[in-house]
Design a protein around this ligand. Sequence first.
Ligand SMILES: [Zn+2]
Ligand SMILES: [Zn+2]
Length: 287
Amino acid sequence: YYTISFYSFFAIPESRLQALRDKIQNEWGKDLNIVGRIYIYDQGINAQLSIPEDNVEGLRKWLEDNHTFTGRIPHFNWAIEHRRAFKALHVRVRPLVATDIPLSLETLSCEPEYLQPDEWERELCDLGKDALLVDMRNNYEYRIGRFENAVCPDVDTFREEMTVVRDMCKTRDQPIYMYCTGGIRCSIAGAILKSEGHSNVKTLQGGVVAYGKYVRNNPDKQLSIFRGKNFTFDKRLGEEVTSDILSKCDQCGGECDTFTNCANTSCNLLFVQCSKCAEKHHRTCGT
Ligand SMILES: [Zn+2]
Ligand SMILES: [Zn+2]
């Protein structure tokens, strides 16, 4: 299996969404043996999936042949570590990212500047004093891995996160660098800032996943400016970018960067737990 993610913003008529959902569920699931999470909406598609290696060309062909996607084949963002990362295929008609902010395709078309991993690294190594480097992911993702000197707003919602970022900006032309896991959150956040008049918004194309792969593919490289693990929302719960362990076990405080979903199903808390504590507390958070 390969693990791939992709997204694309374009108008899909609302009247076609349900039929498209059923078609993807059926043909990707049964014919291509794809597992993963696919969201479609009137603003496009957001997909995270694992696919048998032999079927990648089949998926490309499916996208080329489907008139909804003709001329809009999304760029495939390949994972750092590949395996069957999902149990089943879930295709849903819902907003591509839970943003709790109404978004129009017009706003989304105000694209930020996309930097490739090598350009991103070069610019971050030579960042001006007034530049902001913002981690747009959740705080638990930031805990186990991050770009050096990044700030991660400690908030629960996208709306609050945008407010924090706006408050950090002193001027409209202040350089803002933002990154997330696979790029889609920053495509949206960057577009919102651009639409509000911020002129200097740059984002890492393909997110931490793309940077991690760039580090992995260049073993002679001495330096990774991202340290630790890239959290993933699938069975892997993370892929290693560097072997640095930045976080501690929530129970004993020992060095640890593995997450557990509390085995107490009424709790299901996601927390950092070392193997010793996992055994001692039967994979629960202990409360
Ligand atoms: Zn522990
Ligand atoms: Zn619990």
